[in-house]
Design a protein around this ligand. Structure first.
Ligand code: ATP
Length: 132
């Protein structure tokens, strides 16, 4: 069976490079499932998990923070601002980031950048989701 050559890269360096049967992710305009032979495309990714499926039962999830998915017929490249495997996620750090963001969103101060706090909250919740 044909597979996809998947590589995940962040500004800190490569995160993962392996063969998979399917890539599922959340692009900004919806869920996307990529199988070998998919038409070439580029899509912006949301703060979400990317699921990499190997065989029928084995799969790896990554918490990705934005970036792009590039699909070629037998190759998928994910270029993200950050990408972590479940074991790499520091749960306590993510819980603290979540609390910090929630405090900022609840505060009435006008020096708070709400959009920034919302994004931080999304990143933290996504990490907690993938770590579980
Ligand atoms: P924090 O406020 O805790 O720094 P953040 O969402 O602002 O979280 P990012 O800017 O998304 O952090 O990431 C900066 C770097 O830290 C990236 O390399 C990312 O992989 C890493 N990182 C952030 N949070 C965690 C975490 N909970 N566990 C492991 N690595 C993390």
């Amino acid at each position: 069976m044909k597979t996809l050559d998947v590589s995940v890269v962040t500004p800190d360096g490569p995160v993962l490079e392996d063969q998979f049967d399917m890539v599922s992710c959340k692009a900004e305009n919806g869920e996307l499932g990529v199988l070998p032979g998919h038409i070439p495309m580029v899509a912006p990714l949301s703060i979400s998990s990317v699921r990499l499926k190997q065989d029928d039962n084995d799969s790896v999830s990554l918490a990705v923070n934005g970036g792009f998915l590039e699909v070629r017929p037998d190759k998928v490249t994910i270029l993200a601002q950050s990408a972590e495997k479940p074991a790499e996620i520091d749960v306590q750090r993510a819980e603290e980031a979540k609390k910090r963001a929630e405090r900022r969103l609840q505060s009435q101060q006008d020096n708070v950048d709400f959009q920034r706090a919302e994004l931080a909250l999304k990143r933290a919740m996504n990490r907690l989701d993938v770590a579980r």
